[in-house]
Design a binder for this molecule. Structure first.
Ligand code: MIC
Ligand code: SF4
Length: 649
């Protein structure tokens, strides 16, 4: 087991209960929380349902960054609810337009050595400043706000030893793409990546944040950098020098696994369609025609990232056959660029400047044309996430994105024949917090604004003694929460579970056949329980608990797969759905849609340390038994049997 690591030191400092052995459940104290609007409405409705008058954390912030199109009243209804509930519950509120939660949190709130729980899977961005920053479902974050310690498996620590420094035209994005090539998006559940080595000091906090941000795609619990002189310089420049503390691993720290990476060997990379671990070198892709370039998202939209793009585009223009859109990560970034003239350079070159927020990253506009290539500096390129079916989305660095914007084709920026722009570290950020509204004093009387589209968290009944299941859908490997619960144009339904449930697994619906939601409702109405069958890495990607709530609403009681990703598995538990894995993977081939799955005496079966037995009856008449494993803790079992966490608080 690892020894003397930053991860262990922070866990020790926040330890509440549990066993400090890899894989065993531990509970840690959470210092800060963040929510964003797309997961936040449900999180605050849950907080209200828990009857918690005021948050108990040191700091909680509610951001509005995802859902800002305001097509119809739903988004703005959400914002009004979020602003009023934040004021009432003691939560800071970052207004729409102030920027993406992770970027703003890094700029204005992140503190080395503290714990942060966020209802967004890219919360680990703040690992770049030396925080233990973890993504979770909204209900876990609501509980953290209520002062409940966060439960997680005691992690394995993967040490990434960085040496050397990046070569011109190669950037932090290429570092994380290289790691995705090595570690892939599968098989890393329960680990935390900790960076160390002489190469660390060559990376600024925003560069580190790019790396920890996209660490989410590895499926790890989080990623973390030490807090050192660069961290201090960043906090000084944000006028938050009082928040700096040094955080470092012991000189003789031991990791569960070590990966060495010489930064000088890192080349411009790209994640090809449609997975963040489908990695190629840009030079292998040179010449592929590009129709759209978008620069932004919580991965790559800092002042440094946009400054390099502005320098590359200055006095040049975007290729005639390409559209270039830019979404600055925060209002701070946008305001600084506009005051230092770089925004003018971008506009003059032909960039389309979008508001500071998630925007196209979550399919809110800018969908590419059919069969065209889109290059994005984002962190996810799951199929269809752009809003275009069959999309060809590549994930690249700002340097590679800007090169393609100029040439109209994939271009290794080292071959542009351009001098690499020197971008100096920002010595003083422009600090203007007037878009962050502090909470009202506890004694203030505040009306919580609930327009008609603000629903309530749906209720669930206790798990039945016998599950008389039916397989509603059988899917393959790497099913992401975007497959389960599409965002994009449906995002505005996040506060309305009955309406949002209609699009569960929409991407698998076939014309003329009943949808997943209709099939699930038929099974539920017939008094049976819905079962989902998946394969490896089920539930990858986002933290959206709607990927559990909406299936729960439709009567799903179990997911059976080869492996279920951490945040999604926790969300299933929170909403009373059994996360089970095949003891014998060959059984996957024998089980089909419409098969009956009978799990008798589930309470007794879960109480003993043995695989759960289920009887399967094929729709064609055949019968056989399967064994199902789980790694549920006693507490998880208690929650599932009760029908989910909300029934227990
Ligand atoms: C994402 O990047 O997929 C999201 C949208 O930010 C999600 C959260 C959500 O679905 O609201 C995430 O990463 O957790
Ligand atoms: Fe927003 Fe995209 Fe970051 Fe998710 S990954 S928080 S949608 S910018």
């Amino acid at each position: 087991m690892a020894k003397g690591t930053i991860v262990q030191k922070i866990i020790d400092k926040h330890f509440v209960s549990g066993e400090k052995t890899v894989g065993c459940p531990v509970a840690i104290r959470i210092d800060q929380t963040l929510t964003q609007d797309a997961t936040g409405t449900m999180a605050y409705l849950e907080l209200e349902a828990m009857k918690v008058p005021r948050v108990k954390t040191e700091l909680s912030v509610s951001y509005v960054d995802h859902n800002m199109m305001q097509n119809g009243p739903e988004n703005r209804n959400d914002h009004l609810y979020l602003q009023s509930v934040a004021a009432a519950k003691g939560v800071y509120f970052s207004r729409p337009g102030n920027g993406i939660c992770h970027q703003v949190h890094l700029e204005r709130f992140g503190e080395p050595g503290k714990t942060l729980l966020g209802s967004d899977s890219h919360t680990p961005t703040n690992g770049g400043i030396g925080m233990m920053a973890i993504g979770a479902g909204g209900l876990d974050v609501a509980q953290a706000m209520a002062g409940v310690p966060f439960r997680m498996a005691y992690p394995k620590v993967i040490g990434v030893k960085l040496t050397g420094s990046l070569s011109p035209w190669c950037s932090a994005k290429d570092v994380i793409l290289k790691l995705l090539e090595i570690l892939t998006t599968k098989g890393n559940v329960g680990s935390i990546v900790e960076y160390f080595g002489t190469g660390v000091k060559s990376l600024s906090v925003p560069q580190r944040a790019t790396i920890t941000n996209m660490g989410a795609e590895l499926g790890v619990t989080t990623s973390i950098f030490p807090s050192d002189a660069n961290t201090k310089a960043f906090l000084d420049a944000q006028k938050r020098d009082d928040k700096w503390v040094e955080i470092k691993a012991d000189a003789d720290a031991e990791y569960d696994r070590v990966i060495e990476l010489n930064l000088a060997s890192v080349e411009p990379m790209a994640a090809c369609p449609s997975s963040p671990d489908n990695i190629k070198r840009v030079k292998e892709l040179n010449g592929i025609k590009v129709e759209q370039v978008i620069i932004g998202s919580c991965t790559n939209s800092s002042v440094r990232d946009l400054a390099i793009v502005a320098a590359m585009l200055k006095d040049r223009h975007v290729h005639d056959k390409v559209t270039l859109s830019i979404a600055p990560g925060s209002r701070q970034v946008l305001e600084m660029l506009s005051r230092n003239g770089m925004l003018g350079d971008l506009i003059a070159a032909g960039a389309r400047v979008l508001e500071s927020g998630c925007g196209p990253c979550i399919g809110q506009g800018q969908s590419p044309a059919d069969t065209t290539v889109t290059l994005r500096t984002f962190n996810r390129n799951f199929a269809g996430r752009t809003g275009t079916k069959g999309d060809q989305a590549y994930l690249v660095s700002p340097e590679v994105a800007a090169a393609a914007a100029l040439t109209g084709v994939f271009t290794d920026p080292r071959e542009l024949g351009m001098k690499y722009p020197e971008i100096a570290e920002v010595k003083e950020f422009l600090v203007n917090d007037n878009m962050i509204i502090p909470p009202q004093p506890a004694e203030a009387s505040i009306e919580i604004i609930r327009k008609p589209t603000i629903g309530r968290p749906p209720e669930n009944t206790a798990l039945p003694q016998n599950i008389t299941g039916e397989v509603i859908i059988k899917v393959g490997d790497k099913i992401t929460t975007d497959h389960i619960m599409p965002a994009g144009i449906h995002l505005k339904l996040r506060s309305n579970i009955p309406a949002y449930s209609k699009v569960v697994f929409e991407c698998f619906n076939e014309d003329g056949k009943p949808t997943f939601a209709e099939r699930a409702a038929m099974v539920r109405d017939a008094g049976r329980h819905g079962i989902i069958v998946g394969r490896d890495s089920y539930g990858q990607g986002s933290s959206r608990e709607h990927a559990a709530i909406c299936p729960m609403f439709l009567g799903i009681k179990g997911v059976i797969a080869f492996a279920i990703e951490r945040i999604h598995a926790a969300n299933l538990v929170n909403f009373g759905i059994l996360p089970l894995v095949f003891a014998n993977q060959a059984d996957y081939d024998k089980i089909n849609e419409k098969d009956a799955v009978l799990i008798e005496n589930i309470r007794e079966q879960l109480a003993v340390d043995k695989p759960v037995k289920a009887a399967v009856q094929n729709a064609s008449g055949g019968e056989f038994e399967i064994e199902l494993n789980h790694n549920l803790s006693e507490e998880d079992i208690r929650l599932i049997l009760a029908g989910g966490s909300l029934n227990c608080v």
